[in-house]
Write a protein that binds this ligand. Structure first.
Ligand SMILES: [Mn+2]
Length: 276
């Protein structure tokens, strides 16, 4: 089953006004209903290498594994969806690829990247992330941050050292506590949710969220909700207008029609498992 005409996807990435190259990478696979965004870090263009390896590894790995996965299936042992396990494993593989590449070349040593991966399946979504690139969901006029940053600032807020307002002024705002490719293994946060028709999902790098408040993102989506291309272009424009201090990336995805997996086959085989 292809999701091509069921999920609308549009993404843009912009260098911003201060940096001389773009270390963010974005990608998608319309058939799979898959979007990926990564924000790289590291000298000598290591950042853009790390983010590109990560996006490409995840797109390639999932194109391969989802072919062999029965849609909407559940892993009996963990209770997780097969799709969420596939997404988790794809990020793990990206981590290994970046880590190995950084060890093979001294100029890329220590490079790493954030990542956020969103996959639609069987009327649901699964999201995996590492670092401070975010997933938001816009539903019924409300914007909700779905992912929680792996950043020093977020940790200090959670431990009560900072209020959210103080965190915004913090000097260590961009310090991430987890990144892909820095160590041999990485802890990946994954969770699933139910999709409503008309939801708009936004993946973005901190080049957006450091420059503009959630209220501005909400207003931008509300004012352009008919047109994902317009939302992406406008988010880049307002982030640049607010300083454009970092690379700016935004991907929008909107489910247009129901996309339930045909699970008759699954039910049939489960029936036989039960009675054999
Ligand atoms: Mn950034």
């Amino acid at each position: 089953m292809t999701l091509k005409h069921k999920i609308e996807i549009f993404g843009l990435s912009d260098v911003g006004l201060v940096r001389d190259h773009n270390e963010d990478s974005i990608g998608n696979n319309q058939d799979l209903g898959l979007v990926v965004l990564a924000d790289g870090m590291g000298g000598h263009r290591g950042g853009e290498v790390a983010s590109a390896i990560t996006v490409n590894t995840i797109l390639d790995t999932l194109a391969d594994t989802l072919k062999k996965t029965s849609p909407g299936g559940i892993d009996e042992k963990s209770g997780h969806s097969l799709e969420s396990i596939a997404v988790h494993d794809a990020v793990t593989r990206a981590n290994a690829n970046v880590f190995n590449a950084s060890n093979e070349s001294s100029q890329y040593r220590g490079m790493g990247t954030t990542v956020v991966v969103l996959l639609f399946y069987d009327g649901r979504f699964t999201v995996a992330h590492v670092g401070d690139s975010r997933l938001y969901r816009y539903r019924d006029g409300e914007l909700e941050q779905i992912t929680r940053d792996h950043s020093l600032t977020q940790e200090l807020v959670e431990r009560g050292f900072y209020t959210a307002e103080q965190a915004e002024q913090s000097l260590n705002k961009n310090m991430v506590t987890r990144a892909v490719g820095i160590e041999e293994t990485v802890e990946v946060d994954v969770f699933d949710g139910v999709v409503h028709p008309g939801d708009i999902y936004l993946l973005c790098s901190d080049g957006v969220t450091d420059m503009v408040k959630d209220g501005t993102i909400n207003k931008t989506i509300t004012n352009n909700s008919e047109d994902l291309e317009e939302i992406a272009a406008e988010l880049i424009r307002v982030s640049n207008e607010s300083g454009g201090k970092d690379n700016i990336s935004a991907i929008l995805a909107r489910p247009l029609k129901p996309f339930l997996a045909n699970t008759n086959k699954n039910l049939f085989s489960r029936f036989f498992e039960l009675f054999s």
